[in-house]
Ligand binder design. Structure first.
Ligand SMILES: C[S@@+](CC[C@H](N)C(=O)[O-])C[C@H]1O[C@@H](n2cnc3c(N)ncnc32)[C@H](O)[C@@H]1O
Length: 183
């Protein structure tokens, strides 16, 4: 048993045990850009991630996302339209993710690339990466972005993200190889 000054210190310490500090059980934090209905969120949560906030503009997607993921006492922030965000309101972000709209590079679209308003959303992505400096990021798009006709756009995206201070790797993956019914 402690005596004297140590006992007093111990007592004082026990008296001031904080009671309102939350136990953080998450392994990492992430922010979900172009969140859609949560395709990125499911695996990230399965891996122990905690979502800090999500950006999406489609009303039906937001409704589905909120019904599926947002608990009523959640402190998570709905971030709205990415074009209105200058800096994400978080001190530190482990991973920034986003399925950046892909129509400008898809053979199913008009192939306007960075001249398409949806292609320009990459500029908002660059801004947030530069401002917030997440530890890492993952952005998803269509295979078409890697094809020769879109090479200049892909190089431009890689250059901007590299200039923000990151090492960029990209890969074409087939969802079919991951157990999904889509080739
Ligand atoms: C390719 S989808 C992403 C799908 C998502 N990964 C999912 O699992 O559902 C792109 C999403 O970006 C959203 N979006 C388009 N413009 C946006 C903007 N200005 N701010 C935020 N989200 C936007 C679209 O509504 C769409 O849901």
């Amino acid at each position: 048993m402690e005596t004297g000054i140590y006992a007093q210190q111990l007592e004082l310490f026990q008296l001031f045990q904080p009671t309102n500090i939350k136990v953080c059980t998450s392994k990492f934090t992430f922010v979900d850009l172009f969140a859609g209905i949560g395709g990125f969120r499911i695996p990230l949560e399965e891996l122990g991630g905690q979502c800090l906030g999500y950006s999406e503009i489609d009303k039906e997607a937001i409704k589905t996302y909120q019904n599926n993921f947002i608990k009523c006492n959640s402190e998570e922030i709905y971030l709205g339209d990415i074009t209105n965000i200058n800096k994400l309101p978080f001190e530190e972000i482990d991973i920034l993710v986003g399925g950046v709209p892909c129509q400008p590079w898809s053979i199913a679209g008009k192939l306007l690339g960075l001249n398409d308003p949806r292609g320009k959303l990459w500029f908002n992505v660059f801004k947030l990466v530069k401002e917030n400096q997440p530890k890492a990021f993952i952005f998803e798009n269509v295979k078409g972005l890697t094809e020769p006709r879109n090479r200049a756009s892909l190089n431009y995206i890689i250059t901007n993200l590299t200039q923000a201070g990151y090492i960029i790797k990209y890969q074409v993956l087939n969802s079919y190889d991951f157990g999904l019914p889509q080739d």
